[in-house]
Write a protein that binds this ligand. Sequence first.
Ligand code: ADP
Ligand code: MG
Length: 507
Amino acid sequence: MGIVIDGEVTEIVLRVPYDRDIHLGELLVMDDNVFDGRRYLLRVTSIGYGYEAAENDWAERAAGSIMLMDGREEYTIYHRERRLYKEVKCLPMGRIEGNEIRPVKTIPSHFSSSREPEPQDYRVLERYMGDIAVGRLRSGERALDIEAGIDGNTFPYHIGIFATTGMGKSNLMRVLAGSTMRSGRYGMLILDPHGEYYEGPPSEPGLRDLNSRRLRVYSSRNMRGISPLQVSYREIYTSDMASIYSVSEAQREALGIFWRAFGRDWLREVHDHSFEELVERFARIERIHENTLSVVKRRVDNIFDMGMVSEDPDYSVSNQIIADLMEGRVVLVDTSGLREEEELLISSVLARRVFEHWQNLFLEHHDEFQRAPPVLITLEEAQRVLQDAKRGVFPRIAREGRKFKVGLCAISQQPKLIHEHILSQLNTLFIMGLSDDKDREKLGSASKQDLSPLRNEIKTLNVGEAIITSPFTPFAIPVSIYSFEEFVRNYREEQEGTRIEHDDGFV
Ligand SMILES: Nc1ncnc2c1ncn2[C@@H]1O[C@H](COP(=O)(O)OP(=O)(O)O)[C@@H](O)[C@H]1O
Ligand SMILES: [Mg+2]
């Protein structure tokens, strides 16, 4: 398959037969031919042409001859096997030692040869693949017969899912949610601004097709059998409004004054008072400008008009959401019926409620906190709320959530817009096809592993292909993500299987 001809500790160069079909990202195994039992795991990072010829310009001259013959007769390359080869550069990913992968600190001996990995070679990788499977380990473009994923206990260390539109972010999110349901050990709050998770895109399955009791759904749209999404007006703070809407300094001050005047009833009070009453009370004494009052009042009224805010101060879906997450369920919140600002407002309020609940357990109820599952809050188009490292609840979760077992999963097609302090908090990155150089660069520097040898592979990722990088595995893991359709099929078969075992009285 390939023999070492050159290189150093961080890069091994192989001579590979000219007719061997080899691809970027392929995994190879190398058995050291001097030190018995020493095995290396390699990953192809670059492929080039190699010629063995006495004269440096042999290839050029041969090409000239081929051109002159213009296809009329066949140009014969004597000793083709000898003359032609591929020069393949590999990244040594690790040294396989018993049941472990160790860092590589030496080179394989001269002329050691590489081969395709066999199942027993990558069995040792299984322990790094986590309990939340998202696909299969990928060698080049080929999916190997070993499941790959992440450890749910790393949810609180935050996740980023990055790809250009159409490369498979939402599909991956559905698989991640399905796997989390299957495990039952973690809570997941999915904020779904496009309303695409429950039913799935046209002609593709959605989360409902898993028929899982571990799924709870709330929707801002009127959907049969789905609970309506409503929060209490007392849950919306002036700071939520200030972090989502683009507010002027004057509006920010006005919000502060309302908060001092009405406390948590501010939204209701501003809504219930007429504009004239507000002017009467606030324009003169507190010197809020009438224009400012009118803008804030209009926004508050809009929030009520959306029907997302219940008139009953004690009615809110958040308590039920928290209870479900505590029991290891996946809660899907479809905000697709809302305008962007209201969608972000409701999403922020729910995320804050969940964050504060876990924080409160940590601070006040130690035993309950120990029992509480880690929870992951996922947000599409996350660049919208993560450009500023300080403002709003999502940056706060990225900064502080870890301690309280609350993770953020930021999904975005433009990671370069996310503040670098936030990016650096995302410990696990799913890097998928990204067409923009700047996006890839940004992720390269945010990653906890050195991705520079993988630059070529990352550039050429296809739909559904990903590299998972995190500090929790000895190297970045190439995966082929399940299509959600395939995931649903497997999941159902598995469910059928356990049901049959039940019938036979096995379990
Ligand atoms: N892992 C995958 N395997 C097979 N097809 C996929 C996979 N991921 C995505 N696709 C296909 O690509 C389409 C776009 O994927 P999607 O997840 O909606 O991309 P994004 O959310 O990044 O825009 C999907 O509708 C599906 O047909
Ligand atoms: Mg999408």
